[in-house]
Write a protein that binds this ligand. Structure first.
Ligand code: NI
Length: 175
């Protein structure tokens, strides 16, 4: 288990545009992906982008079975997504609360597109694509934003809907 330190908002490395991965099936890549899964699991995250652990490459992971941080959301398959491309399928957006391991303790109400198709590669270099909606589409947009140096607070339309989780949702009690 190799849990890595997560960079937090304010660290300039989170603002970079990440570089495409060119070599698949390598021990270095496999180790990076394992470290990312270990880190995400240790922190109960729904997703993690390589730049969040200081690796400036276009690689994200995500997946939710049942997660105490997201008790009401539909499951998302455990996915390794490299060099992603997103095609928005509808202009429709909705708003939901998001958090981020790089913005600990805070939540914001973020608009996202509701339907999209994404394409990319898994860790073996196999190309795949999926058409998704709802929470799955939201997670993909959040994680892929990290690859372009964008943290979710920049997507919030109304900054009154951004704050500390404990204070926004006191009825939920301490986690
Ligand atoms: Ni994030």
């Amino acid at each position: 288990m190799a849990v890595q330190k997560i960079l937090r908002m304010g660290d300039a490395r989170l603002l970079r545009v990440a570089e495409p991965i060119r070599e698949f099936n390598s021990p270095v890549l496999d180790r990076l992906i394992q470290d990312m899964f270990d880190t995400m699991a240790a922190l109960d995250g729904a997703g993690l982008a390589a730049p969040q652990i200081g690796v400036n490459q276009r690689l994200v992971i995500f997946g939710i079975e049942s997660n105490p941080r997201y008790p009401d959301v539909e499951p998302v398959p455990t996915t390794v997504l490299i060099n992603p491309e997103i095609e928005i399928l509808s202009d429709e957006m909705d708003e939901a609360w998001e958090g981020c391991l790089s913005v600990p303790g805070l939540r914001g109400l973020v608009p996202r597109y509701t339907r999209l198709r994404y394409r990319g590669y898994d860790q073996t270099g196999r190309r795949f694509e999926r058409e998704v909606h709802g929470f799955h589409a939201r997670v993909v947009q959040h994680e892929c934003d990290h690859l372009d140096g964008i943290l979710y607070p920049r997507r919030i339309r109304d900054l009154t809907q951004f704050g500390f989780e404990e204070d926004l949702f006191p009825e939920q009690g301490a986690e």
